[in-house]
Design a protein around this ligand. Structure first.
Ligand code: ZN
Length: 388
């Protein structure tokens, strides 16, 4: 559980934190390039211990001695994160770790040994005054807050944030709803449930995304390194933040409602990271939304004691008749409705898909397949095609 608030560092703190960000970035990038080099030259992976030992070595050299001027904790934490990132990459869960850029979001992680929090007053290592922040969680007593980790970040639009991570007690399971739903994730509507409920991306989110696209095009036309490009970049950063917060807010409300409404929620594994990108705005919004929606469902179901079933992504949910099981050879992308040649039922494309997803999820929870990934579902073409 984490609480994130706006922070307002003093000029002195800003200087210390910016220097810390710079060192975190340097350590990440240098370590990443050495890992890459070692992997290419010798074909061996690097352990966390090796990277930590290398960091100690760098601090002893003349040109990198300045790394000792900032708190060592954020530097070690970034090495830990990199190690996790590589673990995720090798397990096929994430992309290859990338180099950190000076213009992106900057952050530093402080564990308990590098900050002190007493009566709601936060002191970070290597600073002499408390970090000012605005606490906006009225229901949580700040004075009693005992975070295990503090993350300070600076967004590309120059806003500062501090996030407090806390261990929370096991929450009580939610009231049983006596209900199961299948959820189809789509482009026109973000969510269509097997109950026939539709949740479209809100208009203001679509408008904000359109603004972002416009600012990005404008920035692309500016000459590199020019003053206008700098201004354009600031606008892009601000538009990005607006899209992100609006989407985050919308997704939280959507997932909370879903988790409240059912004991069992079934979704398809869309392998968002493998999705082919296209230029359409709706796609761009949904792309970013699907992965986050699943993440939120996972932890909210876990907290509420609900079951989330993720079924095989090759399942042809749109093309299968939910009444008689007839499978269409072809279903045009534009077809919102179709009539089953087997039983003459007229289907709404997304609602039919949601019903099939629910049925596939039920088969999995009954243990018909003996495999939580829905291995009983036949592979019939890619659901990329099926789904668009
Ligand atoms: Zn049918």
């Amino acid at each position: 559980m984490a609480y994130r608030c706006r922070a307002y560092p003093t000029p002195e703190q800003t200087a210390v934190l910016n220097r810390t960000f710079g060192c975190v970035r340097l350590v990440w990038n240098k370590s990443l390039s050495e890992r890459n080099h070692r992997y290419r030259a010798e074909g061996v992976r690097t352990s966390y211990r090796q990277t930590d030992a290398a960091l100690t070595g760098w601090k002893r050299t003349e040109e990198l001695a300045f790394l000792s001027e900032v708190s060592c904790v954020p530097l070690q934490q970034t090495l830990r994160h990199q190690h996790t990132a590589f673990g995720n990459f090798f397990a096929g869960r994430a992309r290859f770790p990338r180099f950190k850029s000076r213009t992106g979001r900057q952050s530093a992680h402080y564990t308990r040994s590098a900050f002190r929090m007493r009566e709601g007053v936060l002191m970070l290592a290597k600073t002499s005054t408390p970090l000012r922040f605005v606490w906006s969680f009225g229901e949580v007593d700040l004075a009693a807050l005992d975070p295990t980790m503090v993350v300070v970040s600076r967004e590309p639009d120059d806003r500062w944030y501090v996030a407090f991570a806390v261990d929370t007690a096991e929450p009580a399971p939610a009231e049983p709803a006596g209900h199961a739903i299948g959820v189809d994730l789509g482009l026109k509507d973000l969510v269509v449930t097997s109950d026939g409920e539709r949740i479209a991306n809100p208009r203001h989110l679509v408008r904000k995304a359109r603004n972002l696209a416009r600012y990005q095009r404008r920035m692309a036309r500016c000459e590199r390194g020019s003053g206008n490009r700098g201004k354009a970049r600031a606008k892009v950063a601000r538009a990005h933040r607006k899209v992100r917060t609006a989407r985050q807010d919308f997704l939280h409300r959507t997932t909370t409602a879903l988790v409240r409404s059912a004991d069992v929620i079934v979704i398809e594994d869309l392998s968002v990271k493998n999705m082919v990108r296209n230029r359409h705005l709706a796609r761009a919004i949904s792309d970013a939304g699907w992965g986050e929606l699943r993440r939120q469902l996972e932890y909210k179901c876990d907290r509420a004691g609900r079951t989330l079933v993720v079924i095989d992504r090759w399942f042809p949910s749109s093309k299968t008749c939910s009444v008689c099981g007839h499978v269409l050879a072809e279903l045009a992308l534009s077809a919102r409705h179709w009539t089953c040649p087997g039983c003459r039922t007229r289907h709404d494309r997304d609602l039919n898909a949601a019903k099939n997803i629910l049925a596939a999820g039920r088969a999995v929870t009954r243990g018909d397949s003996g495999d939580a990934c829905g291995a009983d579902v036949r592979r019939q073409g890619s659901s990329f095609r099926d789904r668009q």
